[in-house]
Each structure stands twice: as structure tokens, then as C-alpha cells.
Design a protein around this ligand. Sequence first.
Ligand code: MSP
Length: 595
Amino acid sequence: MSEKYFITTPRYYPSGKWHIGTCYTTVVCDALAEFKRKDGAEVFYLTGTDEHGQKIERIAAEKGVAIKDFLDERVGALKALWQKLGIKYDKFIRTTDGYHEKAVQKIFEQLYAQGDIYKSEYEGWYCTPCESFWTESQLKDGKCPDCGRAVEKAKEESYFFRLSKYQDKIINLIKENPEWLLPVPRQNEMLNNFLLPGLTDLSVTRTSFKWGIEVPFDKKHIVYVWVDALANYITALGYKGEDDLDFKKYWAATETHGEFAFAPVVHLMGKEIIRFHSIVWPALLLALGIPLPKKVYGHGWLLFGEDKVSKSKGNTVDPVVLSDKYSVDALRYFLLREVPFGSDGEYTNRAFLTRRNADLCNTLGNLLSRTAAMLMQYFGGAVPSYAAQKTGIHSELAVQANELFPKLREYIDKLLVPEALNEIFKLLSRANKYIDETTPWLLAKDPAKRDELALVLYNLAETLRISALALSPFLPDTAQRIFDTFGLKAPKFFAKNDKFGVLKPGTSVVIGEKLYDRIDIDKELALLDTENAAKEVKPAPKKEAKVIENKPEIAFGDFAKCDFRIGVVKACEKVAKSDKLLKFNIDFGTEERVI
Ligand code: MSP
């Protein structure tokens, strides 16, 4: 039986303009899903929108449009964006889909019937003009966080989910399964900030607005939007619906650790919503008697200056503008590569264009054009026959290429996407270095070296083929264009294609258009400044991020020559008549020095 892999993005609020922050998780999930598909797993990639709640109700009212019309327009734009970015999701769920609403009602009924949901009163602060309940900690200077007006203490009837009952189980879940909630620092965040101080039961209904799913047996109550939204992960598969075959297929337990059963489910989301996914969601699943997801991953944000790129802050960067101007794959590459997964990463036009030039144009594009040109020039446009070598410089490249896929599989299982891409580009850089080392143009001058020249060019062409295969889940169009050079179709599966030596001698080479044109970055930035799009993509000048180019690695022997010492600064004073110099007295334990 093949491996099952169910991967999800969060449900996006269709409240504002779609931007590159929205694209981040979706592109990452797309690459992971496609990698697993090509690696033979049965994959289900789910995405969609979170459409209920007071905020949506208000925005539509402000715009003076019917809520559903507003949502349809936003969802249409989102689907068009995913199509543009080549996102191959298996299903797009909208929380306003009828089957989802019905299933949520059934979930609510079940939890109520079994006593996990109960009716009580919600005590908080009420803002009458906004008709909103707030907890003490949500207030801003004791006033309504929305309108700033005075609030009064009030009670509202509400249904509660017994979250506190699941507290100890979730503490165990996180502590006993250190790979469950990642990256690791999120575990302590959840434990120290929420779980160990103690969970209170969660209010899971609202009565102050209408745009949501009604509690079927008490219609003045609307199901809390987070319960509604989280449930989508199972309703999308048919849970409590007419056809639950996908649910049975993808949400069946495949592993058990201690008291917990896990389904092959991976949830990816931004770090601000980890709490819902790692506390509320497993508690709901435990209450429903359903296996837990195998992994919950809270990634960092794409920042713009110091701020999160976000709809509410209005500092959005338009993904359509970027992909139209610089190609879809250049945008995908930036998103997949630039943000260390788990940490925040900053978007600037310069960083984006630099990545495109350095990696896609120089490392990859040049390797392809040089190799194809040499195949044309020296072998009449066909991949030559060759005699493989088991040792020495020619075999090194083949060995590194053969190690690529095992390494990629490890990275992908750990959701380390930038590391996976880095590994592919390490191989491409090695191939570029191999050209400099073997100097094919000199070999070509010596008829006695014809066999070596053939071997060099075969090795280069084959490295490009393997790299294109590896790149295909991440940069599908670029990968296909590399395959086009050899008149090949990108294979559907990695199997049988992921080893060195598959490319057949005699394969014809077709020189196509350059993969990526080199961009004059300063000129381009100036141009962007004058265009409308630039207003959206221009960062605050003082926060322009520097792209750090790694220096070449040094051998351990060189590192061992360094002498690091730690000392205590005993005194520090300005040096007279100098603007910049400081005089330190430092105590290194064995001696005191003046620096
Ligand atoms: N509707 C909820 C999620 C419910 S999931 C059952 C929600 N929606 S959201 O539209 O506000 O955010 C959706 C996702 O987009 C979140 O994971 C969020 O972190 C992500 N991003 C929004 N802006 C982002 C960046 N600037 N960078 C990276 N991801 C960001 O929360």
C-alpha cells in the first residue's frame, strides 16, 4: 500500500487583498505535496477559505454588497491566483459550502450530546454599539478594542467546549511527541503560555451577529468561527457527510505512540494561529474520538520592513505583478528559498531580484546554456556516449548527484524546504565548478581527449536532468524547460529517474530561450519606483535587507588555527581627539590587555 499524505494550508479570510504573505504557505504546501506525489505517495492537498464571522459581515456591510457576492468575488480572485502560481490543490473548501455547514452542525450536536459542550454564561465586557463581547485581556486601555468606546460588564448566554478536560492529554501529547509540534520553540511557547498555566473552557458560540453556522437546536447561537474553520480539515474529506471515503482513506491512524493515534496529516500555518491548531484542534479531535494529525507546523512570517505583510496593515505586495514581470517560478523560488522555514523572512524587491539573478540566472541558467552550447559545438547537438569512471573528479559529480534524492526525501519529511532547494543548488554549483576544473574548451582542442570531453559533457547534461527532476515540484515550469532542452517530458514519478545514468546517449539537444535573463537590479529598482506596482512593493528605505552571500567554507584545520577568548571589559573610555576610537581594558583571566 502506498503512503498517504494529507496536507493543508489554513483557511484564508477573504477580508482583503491577496498578497505574497497569503501565497507563502500555499506555495510551500504545493511543493511538499507535489514532491510526495512524485515520490509515489497518495496525496490530498487541501486549501480554501474561512468565510464566516463578524469581520466578514462588517466588511460586506461597509461596502454595501451582499455578503455572498463579496465572498464569491474574493474567492474567485484567490482561485485565479492559485491557478496563476500553478498550485495543484486537490480540493478548495469554502466554509460556506453547504456540506461543511451541515457537518459542523452534526459535530456540535455530537459534542453536546456527549457532554463535551455545555450551556452556561459568558462573562465579559460588552460594547453596545459594536454588539461585541470582549475578555478583560482583549480590551485596549479598558475600552473596546474595535471602536475605543466605553464597555460595560455583562453576561451572555453561551455554549462552552470542555477544553480544560483535555489539558493534561495535550501536555502529554506535546511532551511525549517532540516531532509533533514544530519548530521546537513553539512547544515551549504553548506549554508555558497556555497549557501549564491552565486552560479554561472555550466559549464556542456567539449571539451578537448572524453570519455563521447556526447551532441546530438553539438557533440564536452561531458556532464560533474557529470551531467552524478547524472542522473543515475533516469535513472536506467527507466527515459526517454523505460520502466519507476520503476521510476513511486519509484520516485513518497509521501510527500509535503511547495513548495517541496519528493519521498521515500535516497542517501548515503561520505562527500566530498555532495555538488553535495545537491546543483547540487536538482537543476537539480527542473529543470526537478521531486520530490526531501527525504534524503541526507553525512557520514564520514574511515581513515587510519590520511589519508582517498583511491585509489589515495594507502593506501588501502583489504576487500577480511580481510573477507577470519576473516569472511565476522566480516568485515561487523566493518564497520557498528565502524565508528560513520556521523563522521570519523579509521581502524586499532587491532581495527578490538578487535571488533571481544569483541562483536562477547565474547558477542554473548559465550551467544549462553553457552545457547545451558545448553539446552543440562539440557533439553536433547530441548527448555523447561515454565511459563512466569510478574514481576521480568525473565520478565525484555523479556521486553527489546520486546522493541528492535521499537527502531531499529527508528534508521534505522534516518540512525543510529551503534546505532541500539549497541541496539542489549545491549540486548545480558543483557542476559549474566541474566545468572550470575540466576546461572542456581545452579538451576539445586535443583529439586524444575526445573521450574525456564526452564524459564531461555527459556528466553535465545528466546532472542537469537530475536537477530538473528534483526542481520539478518546486519550479515546475523551469524544470520542464530544462527537460525541453533534451526533448524530454518531466517524468510523473521520481522512481527509476532519480539515479545518475538515465539520460540516453544520442538524445538530441535543442537550444531554447535563455532560462532567465540577467536583470540590472539598480535600473530595475529605479523603474519599479516609477511604476504603480512599486508603491506596493517598495519597502521603507532604511529597512532594505542585505542579501548575505556566504563566503566559501573553510577546512577544520583553518578554523582550529583561530584563538577565541572571552574576557571581561574592566574599563572603556573615549580616545581623546578621535571620533571613532575607544580604549578597552580587558581581563582575560590570565592577562589584562588594553585594546
Ligand atoms: N482564518 C484563519 C485560519 C483558520 S485555519 C482553520 C486565519 N486566516 S488569515 O487569512 O488571517 O491567515 C491565514 C494564514 O496566512 C495564516 O497562517 C497566516 O499566518 C498566513 N499569513 C498571512 N500573512 C502572512 C505573512 N505575511 N507571511 C506568512 N504567512 C502569513 O488566520
